[in-house]
Design a binder for this molecule. Structure first.
Ligand SMILES: C[S@@+](CC[C@H](N)C(=O)[O-])C[C@H]1O[C@@H](n2cnc3c(N)ncnc32)[C@H](O)[C@@H]1O
Length: 269
């Protein structure tokens, strides 16, 4: 999808996002409770704040919320909700984290981190996040655990919601070498033109995210299999990972300097 930009998904889906069956089924309350428990005392930043599904109830608990998003349409939906106009939002690519100051919690939920399309951009995003964390701050990320068995010869077509009046299904291509998924959700209503909702993701395994964190001077504090602090294990389909700044010594161990070799003494004949 060459015409895919950071704002594409949000701009296309904004009108129906909150009502999508897989969004409505999210454990929103548990997510908010969890984030509130680790938010600390300073400001909180959400990457890809969207319609404020998480940010609004979190702000209602008394936290000072800020958000980044590329889609004006998603944020306009947030502004329509009670409390949605009190949240500071900067527009642009969240991978660049263009917002001033430090935060005691930065978070990105619901696989949104994977919308950064390359490994380089994901690594740089971790580095920018590290610069915006207060010393005791944490970065929380929720992502799916890649399941390559979903794809048959690099593709998948699957039903999301089926009724007599409306079907919602997805058509996906998987490029394993780039760890990239290009997907279009298609909504067809009886008697209406079909609507297309494209999404493009570059997924990473939890271990790759740990390495990105390490490159950015952070380390894993905890990993769970869900927002209710379920254990993370082989059956986990998603992970909630919490990173913190690593002590400087661990951040980027430099290779020890070897003592310069002394020139060998010449023996007298
Ligand atoms: C799946 S929605 C999640 C919204 C909200 N966080 C939630 O959990 O309901 C992803 C959001 O991230 C935004 N987004 C995706 N990629 C982005 C990028 N590179 N920069 C800024 N925003 C981005 C989209 O516009 C959309 O609002």
């Amino acid at each position: 999808m060459t015409d895919y930009e950071p704002s594409t998904y949000g701009d296309k889906v904004a009108d129906i996002y909150d009502a999508l069956p897989y969004v409505a089924a999210r454990p929103t309350e548990a997510t908010v409770e969890f984030l509130a428990s680790i938010a600390g005392k300073r400001r909180v930043l959400e990457l890809g704040i969207g319609t404020g599904r998480i940010a609004i109830p979190l702000a209602a608990k008394g936290f000072k919320l800020c958000g980044l998003d590329a889609s004006q349409k998603m944020v306009a939906k947030m502004r329509e909700k009670p409390g949605g106009d009190a949240i500071q939002v900067e527009f642009g690519n969240f991978g660049e984290v263009k917002i001033g100051g430090k935060f005691s919690l930065i978070y990105v939920v619901f696989n949104t981190f994977f919308s950064l399309p390359t490994q380089d951009e994901q690594v740089r995003c971790f580095q920018r996040i590290a610069r915006h964390l207060s010393d005791d701050g944490v970065f929380a990320i929720e992502g799916f655990v890649p399941d390559l068995g979903r794809y048959d010869r690099g593709q998948r077509v699957g039903a999301i919601n089926v009724s007599a009046e409306r079907v919602l299904f997805e058509v996906t291509q998987h490029d394993i070498s780039a760890q990239c998924i290009r997907s279009v959700q298609v909504e067809v209503r009886d008697g209406e033109t079909a609507h297309l909702y494209p999404v493009q993701l570059r997924y990473a395994l939890p271990t790759e995210l740990d390495l990105m964190a390490r490159l950015a001077g952070m380390r894993l504090r905890a990993r769970y299999g869900g927002w209710n602090r379920e254990p993370f294990n082989l059956a986990s389909q998603l992970h909630v990972s919490i990173y913190e700044l690593a002590p400087k010594a661990l951040a980027a161990p430099r290779p020890k300097k070897r003592p310069a070799k002394r020139p060998a003494r010449r023996r007298r004949a």
